[in-house]
Design a protein around this ligand. Structure first.
Ligand code: AMP
Length: 286
């Protein structure tokens, strides 16, 4: 029912035959969960053809990171996509999976270009993952070039990534509409992530401290209470990589009283870094 392509050659043949249809792209590293599926669902609703890419991008992992152990579950991923399609009325819509089996399909021999965004890549996650965002912008640019989408779907879960990709699209004047979709959480409130499976049940329970802290900060902000003292207290716990309130547009820390804000955080649970954030809309309040 879905078309699956593992090589550039077969994918390019398919892509070049598409004319006069709107194309949505959902870039992923696979090991799909409801967060990814929600992005695909939006793309299917809003486009004639939806392309979901599954590629664990080596360029965005540092030397001591989890590239080798990152979960690769292509068969299960395809089943999840099939299940979604069974539940949707597809009519004439198409869903395509591009899951290159080798890195050369994305970075052919001799590939030597890096797309690099400037200062935004050095803050927050960039402090502990110095090469990460160069890898992200380079792969996303490659996936844009290969799939040539009209619209692309990303999760708010990786908020810094969203701001960076939005800036790349703007700076390079790419003719692509970017959509940022809400974070999908488990029943307890923890943001879904492929890396959650590295955690034990006990750690999953403890990890709820992350969304609960963000919620508490949101309430303090909305009630015009002193959130900074609360943040400083939480930061006594050295497992926070960062816990900050920033301008949601540009991630600046010097914002005005009615700027929209984002509370962003990374919390370390042993070897695993968990990300979460909450958007706080202030400039449309009376
Ligand atoms: P990844 O496979 O981790 O590269 O993620 C692929 C896309 O799914 C990215 O745009 C992520 O931000 C998005 N995503 C990951 N987790 C979630 C989530 N819990 N809710 C919504 N989107 C998500």
């Amino acid at each position: 029912m879905i078309k699956v392509f593992n090589t550039r050659k077969s994918f390019d043949q398919y892509r070049s035959a598409i004319t006069n249809k709107s194309i949505g792209l959902v870039p992923t590293m696979g090991n799909l969960h409801e967060g990814h599926i929600s992005l695909l669902k939006s793309s299917i609703e809003e486009n004639d053809v939806s392309i979901i890419t599954i590629f664990v991008n080596p360029k965005q992992f540092g030397p001591n990171e989890d590239f080798n152990k990152y979960p690769r579950t292509l068969e299960d991923d395809l089943t999840k996509i099939e299940n979604l399609i069974l539940h949707l009325k597809l009519d004439s819509k198409e869903v395509v999976v591009f899951a290159p089996l080798s890195n050369d399909e994305i970075y052919p021999e001799g590939f030597s270009t890096t797309i690099s965004i400037g200062d935004l890549k050095t803050i927050l996650c960039g402090k502990v993952r110095p090469i990460h965002f160069d890898g992200v912008t380079t792969v996303v640019y490659r996936l844009f070039a290969i799939t040539k989408p009209h619209q692309a779907y990303f999760g708010q879960k990786d908020y810094q990534q969203c701001v960076i990709i939005k800036k790349m699209i703007h700076d390079l004047e790419l003719p692509i509409k970017m959509h940022i979709k809400p974070i999908i959480r488990n029943a307890m409130g923890l943001a879904l992530s492929s890396r959650n499976q590295y955690l034990t049940n006990e750690e999953l329970e403890k990890a709820l401290y992350l969304p609960r802290t963000l919620k508490k900060i949101e309430n303090l902000i909305l009630n015009n209470e002193d959130y900074q003292t609360y943040i400083n207290q939480q930061k006594q716990d050295s497992n926070w990589d960062y816990l900050e309130v920033l301008n949601s547009e540009n991630l600046n820390s010097d914002f005005k009283s009615n700027d929209n804000l984002v509370i962003v955080a990374a919390y370390r649970m042993n070897q695993t870094r968990l990300l979460d954030n909450i958007l706080v809309q202030r400039n449309n309040r009376n």
